[in-house]
Design a binder for this molecule. Sequence first.
Ligand code: CP
Length: 332
Amino acid sequence: MNHPLSPSKLQFDSDGKLHHFLTIEGIKRQTLTEILDLADSFLGTEGKAVKKLPLLRGKTVVNLFFENSTRTLTTFELAAQRLSADVLKINIATSATAKGESLLDMLHNLEAMQCDMFVIRHAQSGAAQFIAHHVAPHISVINAGDGRHAHPTQAMLDMLTIRRHKPEFGALKVAIVGDVLHSRVARSQIHALTTLGAAEVRVIGPKTLIPPSMQQLGVHIFHDMAKGLDGVDVVIMLRLQRERMAGALLPSEKEYFSLYGLTDEKLAMAKPDAIVMHPGPINRGVEIASSVADGPQSVILEQVSNGIALRMAVMSMVLGRSPQTQAAEDIR
Ligand code: CP
C-alpha cells in the first residue's frame, strides 16, 4: 500500500494546512502545540452538564476499523458526538467487503453519501495513506493506527497527558519500554517527543524487540532496565504485540516480566515523581504489575480520558473548524 507521496507531505493541503492526520512526521512543533492547546481547551467541556459543542454540526464522520479496538474507536466516536457531528461506524465483518467489494469501491460509495471524514484503523502499514490519496479532495482522513507504522492521535493524547503533569518538554527524560519493534505507538511517540523538544528519549527492551535503526530517530537504546530507568520523568510501557510477531522473539512471558516487567522495585529507579503510562490494552503480569498499573504514579486511565479532547482537537483542526472560526460564523 505504498505511494510515492509520503504521508508526511500528503497530509498538508496546498496552503500548508493540515488536511489529513496520518503521521506525526513532518508536522512542526508549532502545529503540535496548537493541537495540544486546543485539546486542553476542550478538556473543560468534560465537566459541563451539556458536553456538546457545535463545531462539526452538519459534518459526517465515518469510523472504519478493520482491526480490533476499544479505546480508539470509542473515544473517536465520543469526540465526534461532542462536536455535534453525525457519526457512522461501519461493521467491517457485515459490510459488503465480505461479498468481494474492494476497499476503494466501499470508500467511493461512502463518499456518495456526502461523508466528510474517514477515521481508519488497519493492520496494514500505509493503509490510511493509501486511502487519503484516493478520497475526494474535501474528505479528511485520520489514521487511527496502521500496522507497525503510526498511531498519531495516540501519541498526541500521550503528549497531552505528559504536558498536564510535566509542562516543560525540554526538561524531560522519557523511557519507552518493551516491544518497540512492533509498536506503531512508540514510533509516533518518538516523533512527537523529539519534535516537542524532550531532553532525552530512551527505548528499553531485549535486543530482539529493539531494532538498532531506532538510533536514527534520535533515541538512546538500553537493554537493562536499571540503567534505562535511572532518573527518568516518564515511563511508557508497551504491550508485547504477539499478533505481529513472526517467530519466537522471547524466551517466555515469565522471564520477560522478570527482566522488563514494571514492578514497584523497578519503578523506584526512575525519579520519585515519575509518571507511568501505557497506551493499552495492558497485559497485567506480562509488561506491568497490577500494583504499578493501579498505583499512585499511574496515569493510564487519564490517557484514555484525554483521548476524547485530543481527538476533538484533531477532528476540528483537519476540517478547519476551530472555536475561532465558529465564533466568526456566529457573528455573521
Ligand atoms: N491504544 C489503543 O490503540 O487501544 P485500542 O486498540 O483499544 O484502540
